[in-house]
Design a protein around this ligand. Structure first.
Ligand code: SF4
Length: 464
């Protein structure tokens, strides 16, 4: 896990910083970003980042202190950043500058500790510098939504995070539209934070971050205590429950997002098997006979923090070795970044191996297995596959061709036929559709009702 926002240089940690860092490591925190917000804080953050190899720094002037930003201080910030690019730490992810962001910067019209005009000028000036040196920004915005977004848009900055997010869904949508990440801290765990919890459910996997903002805002059940990085686990567990995934899933996703945003270490290599919740997914090919307009493969190499962009297709032996004991999982799912039935022989062989070892098998397919293999393959899957999830995707051929771009001219009819025949051989068959413009979910339901299978309606961009 990565705590993307804390203030370890503050007085609250002066007596026991080493113990705090030890507890962070014991809690599984592999890196943290300590944030300077005034001149003294920036200096403290830079010093800590040089002293501890898993501590990275952000430097910038907080809106509270905007009135104190002199040319001399701004010059010091610039030289810390350029020195940091020369002063690098070598780790498994390569050479990483110790200063990974510019922040905490922004606007605070709640306290108004600096005159608003000065806050705006200082925010714009720091954004301009962040753009010049290509650093992500850490943004504080309180009661200043309109000006924050206006100045951000004028700056052209599109890499950063809205820290300790406390807004509503509209504000989150606006920030996401600008390319920003959204970071949640302790308040998302508080009983009265119903709006915030809704936002925490809707932020896309690849834009989600977590932080403590320590020493402030300790999460429930530690609310009121001095906060510290190890407490991030409570926030992570809470968000995992909200999003219907496991703590392990949230850890993986948010760690990957932090690494990518701040350039801390390298994302993991491509996976041939990957776990989400208690299911194990098999990524056996990146090839597909469709080019769906909504396909996640065209947007990202990652699903729930797993890199699925294969360099080569795995063999049966590689898959079996990576699966280990299939009975440990609720199901083993042929899925990945392509159409598994393009490799029918591998599917049959590995499915048989999984069944022999007490596992359950599901295939997520585009329903073109019979077209691909030029025969009815469903009898061959009988006894090997417990459930099939088939993408119906549209209510008619015209819509299907438009959004799925299949390489088969008769694909839609082929999918319908595949669903119908599958019911004779596979115990559990369901169809899926994504609720996007142009897709008539009610008509899709009529089709699946006629075929006698369940229809699962999926949300756009929610995968796994
Ligand atoms: S069928 Fe699935 S893998 Fe293939 S393009 Fe469509 S969404 Fe992507």
């Amino acid at each position: 896990m990565i705590d993307t926002h804390c203030h370890l240089e503050m007085l609250q940690f002066k007596d026991d910083l080493q113990e705090v860092l030890n507890r962070a490591k014991e809690a599984g925190i592999e890196a943290l970003v300590t944030i300077g917000s005034d001149f003294k804080g920036c200096k403290g953050a830079v010093d800590l980042s040089k002293k501890y190899d898993f501590v990275y720094a952000a430097v910038g002037i907080h809106p509270h202190d905007a009135k104190d930003l002199s040319e001399e201080i701004f010059g010091q910030i610039r030289s810390w950043i350029s020195e940091s690019r020369a002063y690098r730490t070598t780790c498994e992810g390569g050479d990483i500058p110790r200063i990974v962001a510019l922040g905490e910067i922004g606007l605070d019209y709640y306290y108004d500790h600096s005159p608003r005009e000065i806050q705006r000028t200082v925010f714009a000036k720091q954004l301009s510098y962040a753009k010049e040196c290509d650093l992500p920004v850490v943004i504080h915005s309180r009661d200043a939504r309109e000006d924050t977004f206006r100045i951000l848009e004028e700056s052209g900055v599109n890499k950063g995070v809205m820290h300790c997010f406390s807004g509503d869904a509209d504000m989150a949508e606006h920030a996401l539209g600008l390319g920003l990440h959204i970071s949640f801290a302790g308040p998302v765990t508080f009983k009265k934070s119903a709006v915030l919890r809704e936002v925490a459910k809707m932020v896309p996997d690849e834009r989600l971050l977590i932080e403590t903002d320590a020493p402030y805002l300790a999460p429930d059940p530690l609310r009121g205590k001095r906060n510290e990085p190890a407490f991030i686990v409570h926030t992570a567990k809470h968000i995992a429950a909200l999003r219907g995934v496991t703590l392990e899933d949230i850890d993986r996703m948010t760690t990957l997002n932090a690494k990518r945003l701040f350039g801390i270490g390298m994302p993991e290599e491509a996976r041939i098997v990957y776990k989400i919740r208690d299911s194990l997914y098999l990524n056996i090919t990146n090839r597909c006979t469709n080019k769906c307009s909504f396909c996640i493969r065209y947007q990202s190499d990652f699903v729930k923090g797993h890199n699925l962009r294969l360099e080569s297709e795995p063999t049966e032996k590689e898959l079996e070795s990576a699966i280990g004991d299939p009975s440990r999982y609720s199901e083993v799912v042929f899925c990945g970044y392509g159409e598994p039935l393009l490799r029918l022989d591998v599917v049959k062989s590995v499915a048989a191996w999984v069944k022999e070892r007490g596992g359950k098998v599901r295939i997520n397919t585009n329903g073109q297995g019979n077209l691909i293999n030029k025969r009815n393959i469903l009898p061959e899957l009988k006894g090997l596959v417990d459930s099939l999830s088939i993408s119906l995707d549209a209510q008619d051929e015209e819509t299907y061709n438009r959004i799925c771009g299949s390489s088969f001219s008769n694909a839609f009819a082929g999918v319908i036929d595949f669903i119908r025949v599958a019911c004779n051989y596979i115990p559990d068959v369901q169809a899926t559709v994504i609720d996007i413009e142009g897709v008539d979910v009610d008509k899709c339901r009529q089709i699946t009702d006629d075929l006698g299978v369940k229809l699962r309606v999926r949300e756009l961009d929610v995968v796994g």
